[in-house]
Design a protein around this ligand. Structure first.
Ligand SMILES: Nc1ncnc2c1ncn2[C@@H]1O[C@H](COP(=O)(O)OP(=O)(O)O)[C@@H](O)[C@H]1O
Ligand SMILES: [Mg+2]
Length: 514
């Protein structure tokens, strides 16, 4: 064979080697599963330099150890100090090591051979570094085939292989982490959704009064239907609670429940919030998906619908009629499937008379009507509600069981609760936090709530008082009240108190009331 011929042969062999290497590098970047990738890398790295076997040692920075899962032929994990052996040396120095006779090398650690029953003769070890040049491990091939030695060229090929392998490993690890957190988030989401749903079982609408019971029955009946519902009632009567309960008891419960408070937004913003807007409709306007679109497939809760502007009402009506929506500045129609629940504390009929609400929209929304009663009309449910909130707050705060004194319950029942159930809920929350014992006394309640029960509201927590002090305090309070109702007229006040005018004047002087 001529020299030229041999050169040609070597050249084609080399070309073949590099194109194989190129293909392998390409392939490894597609593998997303770390274990599969490591298997692949170990097998192919041995092939690429005609070695008998290969091992990848990954660097565990926290423990400063090198470890290997996939030493071919070994199933368990090998771990050792990251400063030990040839692998340790390569990791620390970042430089390739090519050994002709392993057992005569001072750094060679024969422990692995002992465990595997393998005999290492020749050894080539290259570092693996991430994009920033930080070592992530080493790649080691053993025993070149046919008893040959690893060449300089083998070293170069293996280094190229290892630098790609390092990036592929880092990517697979990142993807693994991302998938792990995605799975965790999904699981959390399922748990949260279950929890949320649990909070809106029909049984969480508390009340034994006939009004509440008939509302509960109605909600059970209509929840799983496509009917739109209008919920009216004063603020704090449970309109939103009713709406959420309907949604979570319908077949749409796994789809979004989107609420929007029509009173909270100025007219101009409400429309883009509801219908969405295309990018660039006005300067600086970003594209925004509207709440109706977000609620698609689920439930849209329009709170304080009485405050919606007439143009927005017209647009909403069109969406409900056509089941299609066009974003502001948009050019195409989007199919819409939402169930609408609306709430209002205004009398919509009189709003219609005043020309502020569309009658045709009311008919669309008011397919089913639920009227939440004010709390003062269901006084018999006050103790039940108060105890319900007491139990839920104490458990929320990790407190032991608590109860109300009879006087406290009496106060709660006599008060007029213009803020309805919400106000009662807040009152109980306040009392739970303020009360020192496990019984909520009258004195733990707010002053205005206590006043509803009349005069006998002494606060024992203010300390021990003598009979005289107590009597004086009650006298002062009664005199003040009498003067207030009589508008400062001492004659009338004394009559109301059942004492003489003179007697009243004396007391006023004594207590310094004037
Ligand atoms: N019947 C009820 N049973 C239990 N909790 C209620 C009841 N009615 C109202 N609530 C509670 O009172 C608070 C106010 O209710 P909400 O639905 O926000 O009232 P609204 O929307 O009518 O202003 C909420 O915390 C709600 O859970
Ligand atoms: Mg509300």
């Amino acid at each position: 064979m001529s020299h030229q011929h041999i050169d040609k042969k070597i050249e084609t062999k080399l070309e073949h080697k590099y194109s194989t290497l190129f293909k392998l590098c390409h392939m490894m970047s597609y593998e997303r599963d770390l274990n599969t990738l490591l298997d692949f890398l170990v097998k192919k790295s041995a092939d690429v330099v005609d070695a008998d076997r290969a091992t990848i040692f990954l660097f565990d920075e926290k423990r400063n150890e090198l470890w290997s899962k996939v030493a071919m032929g070994i199933t368990d994990i090998i771990r050792f100090d990251a400063r030990l052996g040839i692998a340790g040396e390569v990791l620390q120095s970042g430089k390739i090591i090519n050994i002709e006779d392993a057992y005569r090398h001072p750094k060679f650690n024969p422990d692995v051979d002992k465990r595997t029953g393998y005999t290492t003769k020749t050894l080539l070890c290259v570092p693996m570094k991430d994009i920033n040049g930080k070592p992530i491990g080493v790649l080691q091939v053993l025993n070149k085939k046919e008893g040959l030695l690893f060449t300089t060229e083998d070293g170069e090929v293996l280094e190229i292989f290892a630098s790609h392998a390092a990036i592929a490993i880092e990517n697979a690890r990142l993807i693994g982490e991302l998938e792990g957190s995605k799975a965790r988030l999904q699981q959390e989401n399922v748990i949260l959704r279950e929890k949320t749903r649990g909070r809106f079982f029909v049984s969480n609408i508390i009340g034994t009064s006939p009004t509440i019971q008939s509302i509960v029955k109605l909600i059970e009946k209509i929840s799983d239907s496509p009917l739109n519902v209008l919920i009216t009632g004063e603020s704090g009567t449970g309109k939103e609670l009713a709406a959420r309960t309907i949604h979570y008891n319908s077949s749409r419960f796994e789809k979004p429940f989107i609420d929007i408070n029509c009173a909270a937004l100025p007219e101009s913003l409400l429309e883009s919030e509801l219908f969405g807007i295309e990018k660039g409709v006005a300067t600086g306007v970003e594209k925004r998906v509207g709440k109706i679109e977000t609620a698609n497939g689920g439930t849209l809760f329009l709170d304080e619908i009485g405050d919606m502007s007439l143009p927005a009402q017209a647009k909403l009506l069109r969406v409900l009629q056509e089941r299609k929506l066009e974003r502001i500045g948009g050019r195409s129609m989007i199919d819409i499937d939402v169930r609408v629940l609306a709430a209002s504390n205004k009398d919509l009929k009189s709003e219609i008379e005043k020309g502020r609400f569309r009658e045709d929209l009311l008919y669309r929304l008011n397919v089913v009507h639920i009227e939440m009663p004010p709390l003062r009309q269901m006084k018999e449910d006050i103790p039940l509600l108060a105890k319900y909130f007491l139990t839920s707050f104490t458990s929320e705060l990790g407190k032991g069981a608590m109860s109300f004194s009879n006087e406290a319950i009496d106060c709660l029942m006599k008060y007029s609760w213009h803020g309805n159930v919400r106000e009662l809920e807040n009152e109980v929350k306040r009392a739970v936090i303020l009360s020192e014992g496990d019984v909520i006394e009258e004195s733990d309640l707010s002053e205005h709530v206590r006043e509803s029960r009349g005069t006998a509201c002494r606060a024992p927590t203010e300390g021990i008082h003598s009979l005289k002090e107590t009597v004086e305090e009650i006298e002062i309070r009664m005199i003040k009240e009498a003067l207030k109702t009589s508008g400062g007229n001492k004659q009338k006040a004394s009559e109301a108190l059942g004492i003489t005018r003179q007697g009243l004047i004396k007391k006023i002087k004594r207590y310094g009331l004037s």
